[in-house]
Design a protein around this ligand. Structure first.
Ligand code: IVH
Length: 679
């Protein structure tokens, strides 16, 4: 091994750590994302060429490890307590009075921090290295989620600096940025999956995914808020936070020190208002005594420390009149009730519409048109109707009937039926113009066919004008047909130039990659991510269509399950599905992955294999490369988490261990059979 490769690897690791920190902790990057990616790839290549220089703390090693069956639990070295809540300035003053009574004549300082609405996490660092991440659990024992914490860029695998305590616990909050939460829910909606109610639930769901690779995709973040178990700790909480920052751990914005409780209280309103500019959900503030010595002397009850208190922001609520309940038709025909409100000011915005979720919710809350309702906006998320003032239901507003569960689509009047899953009511007419408008807009959307200029307004007009009955019809639009429609008064606001651009954009969309086309055609449960898996596994619409007749073939692809298999079967068996595919084919849209782009289907994704002994036809590097090309992991030793052991001649202790643990063993030819190969 050349010395220069080693130097370069060490240099790259240090540089990547440095830039990572500038980006995540300081929010002041010095290099572009592309430049970062270039350095990262260089490191990956060098590490691949020099396996002897592997380091588990390398920035390339954040995501790894096989999916787990369950998280193991472990005891907290120091219990994770909760915090007592207050809801008014008076209660905060009472807290301050209690503190002063216990610490007579002492100087009192408080640190105020945002109360991050996520999941508490305890990280253990030994000699500066991250060794474990535990969830709060019941406060005494938590779940070991180390593999899911390592991918968080906010969490250094190695603390920055030169000397570190032998052991420290760094505590903080794992959260999902509001913007990420919104994207995640939008993607889930496309894929027909249930939505997360708020960023905290989404963060919890993401942290508890058993496959670290899936968890890593959710882009969880971390803010540190305390250190424990630190022998040479400084005197104040403020100084601890500074040290945390120097070690490379990010903190929430808006942390301040106060000598005076009145000034602290006076800052609360402003803090609440500032919160909307930040991309993380909070449910209030945490007020802490700054002196650690004073903290120790006050101690804790069995539940919560006496030296800190939470101030909870009440979710903002407003009362207004529910003018009308309208029913929206989604692209898969889902009917959703929406509240149209007398506009009201709420958390800094004017709210005129609010979600009513679904018809079961509506019935449960017995919400009727004309009602006086309470609208709530929590954590800056979509406003909701949370309460009905039934006592105010008199006079002319008293006559509103219960809002009926629709049995007809409000737009096309076709039958509306309840989903087999039981929650959603759906319009069953695939030609429903309301569905068609939504589907068309989705088809043209940025992540699908990316047809610029074809947004909601134009999609609606094209459908209303009778020019488009299916996305396929887009491809036979011409400048002439559009101009004619405009002259006949059927299309507004589309000039000559936009007409030309639109036609060009539609033509351009024919070259979108197959996975995007697959997402664009809007098969239930097949969103962008699933479409990528399907495109990689089957390579063409014809192969996918053939496989769809046998759901087992779809389910054999890692990451796909029965719901998707059945949905594909139904789609490809339906005359409307077949017509759509044929139409796109005629139009010249790409329905397969070009030969040069084909990747091996990831048949071993998420699987860990161990090779032992001499194989008849493969050298060790060859078989390991084959395993990797199919998405699997080739490991060196056998454990409970090993999926298969491939055993050749003179296999020894590893084979014994596999048998002992009940791990499946394969001969070379059985392995080849498993991956559908012949020699
Ligand atoms: S300090 C002894 N600081 O709130 C408690 N907690 O309701 C020490 N939380 O479980 C915790 N932001 O997960 C602290 N700036 C902050 C916080 C914070 C959010 C969470 C924490 C705790 C929960 C209690």
């Amino acid at each position: 091994m050349s010395q220069s490769a080693k130097d370069r690897i060490l240099r790259l690791r240090a540089d990547l750590d440095h830039h990572n920190r500038l980006y995540y902790v300081e929010a002041a990057p010095e290099i572009s994302d592309q430049e970062y990616d270039r350095l990262y790839r260089e490191l990956l290549d060098l590490e691949a060429a020099h396996p002897e220089l592997a380091d588990p703390d390398s920035p390339t090693q954040r995501v790894g490890g096989a999916p787990q069956d369950a998280f193991s639990s472990a005891a907290h070295e120091l219990p994770m307590l909760s915090i007592d809540n207050t809801y008014s300035p008076d209660e905060v003053r009472e807290f301050d009075a209690r503190v002063r009574k216990l610490l007579p004549d002492e100087k009192i300082q408080y640190v105020v921090e945002p109360k991050i609405d996520g999941l508490s996490m305890s990280l253990r660092y030994e000699s500066g290295r991250l060794v474990r991440g535990l969830t709060r659990g019941d406060g005494q024992t938590g779940d070991d989620v180390t593999a899911n914490i390592r991918p968080l860029h906010d969490v250094p695998l190695k603390l920055h600096g030169k000397s570190f305590p032998d052991a420290v616990l760094i505590r903080g909050e794992v959260y999902l940025p509001i913007s990420t939460f919104e994207k995640l829910n939008a993607a889930r909606e496309k894929d027909g999956l249930p939505l997360f109610a708020n960023p905290r639930n989404a963060a919890a769901g993401s942290l508890k995914l058993l496959d670290p690779k899936e968890s890593a995709k959710r882009s969880l973040r971390f803010y540190a808020y305390s250190v424990a178990l630190w022998k040479d700790r400084p005197d104040t909480h403020r100084a601890c936070l500074d040290q945390l920052k120097a070690w490379g751990l990010p903190q929430a914005p808006g942390i301040d020190l106060y000598d005076d409780i009145d000034q602290l209280i006076a800052s609360i309103d402003q803090r609440r208002q500032n919160q909307s500019q930040f991309d993380f959900a909070t449910d209030g503030l945490v007020i802490k005594l700054n002196s650690l010595d004073q903290q120790d002397r006050l101690g804790a009850t069995s539940k919560a420390p006496r030296w800190c208190i939470a101030y909870k922001f009440a979710a903002e609520r407003a009362e207004t009149r529910l003018l009308k309940i309208s029913v929206q038709v989604g692209k898969t025909g889902t009917l959703t009730p929406v509240a149209n409100l007398e506009p009201v000011q709420l958390a800094g915005t004017t709210v005129a519409r609010a979600s009513l979720h679904n018809f079961d919710e509506l019935a449960r809350k017995d919400i009727r048109e004309g009602d006086l309702v309470v609208v709530e906006k929590a954590g800056e998320i979509i406003p909701q109707v949370v309460e009905v003032r039934k006592d105010a239901r008199h006079g002319h507003h008293g006559h509103a009937e219960k809002f009926p569960v629709p049995n007809k689509c409000p737009v096309c009047q076709a039958d509306a039926v309840r989903d087999p899953e039981g929650v959603y009511i759906r319009c069953i007419n695939p030609a429903c113009p309301a569905q068609l408008k939504e589907r068309l807009r989705y088809f043209a959307g940025r992540d699908q066919m990316d047809i610029e200029g074809l947004g909601e307004a134009l999609a609606n007009q094209l459908v209303d004008a009778g020019l488009v009955h299916s996305p396929v019809d887009l491809y036979s639009l011409t400048a002439e047909s559009l101009t004619q429609a405009k002259e006949a008064g059927k299309l507004e606001r589309i000039g000559e130039l936009s007409t030309k651009n639109l036609i060009a954009a539609i033509a351009d969309s024919k070259s979108r990659s197959f996975d995007r086309v697959l997402a664009a055609i809007n098969i239930r449960h097949v969103g962008g991510h699933i479409a990528e898996l399907l495109a990689a596994a089957f390579g063409s619409i014809d192969a996918l269509s053939a496989a769809s007749a046998d759901p087992a073939q779809i389910e054999a692809v890692p990451g796909l399950g029965e719901t998707i298999a059945l949905s594909l079967r139904d789609f490809f068996a339906s005359p409307s599905g077949q017509k759509l595919i044929e139409g796109l084919r005629q139009a010249g849209v790409q329905l397969k992955v070009p030969a040069h782009q084909k990747k091996e289907p990831q048949l071993l994704a998420g699987k860990t294999l161990v090779v032992t002994g001499t194989l008849p036809n493969f050298t060790r590097p060859e078989i390991e490369a084959l395993i990797k090309s199919l998405g699997g992991r080739a490991a060196g030793s056998v454990s409970k988490k090993t999926d298969y052991v491939i055993a050749g001649d003179e296999a020894g202790s590893k084979l014994d261990k596999a048998r002992q643990l009940g791990v499946k063993t394969l001969t070379e030819s059985q392995f080849l059979q498993l991956i559908g190969r012949k020699l």
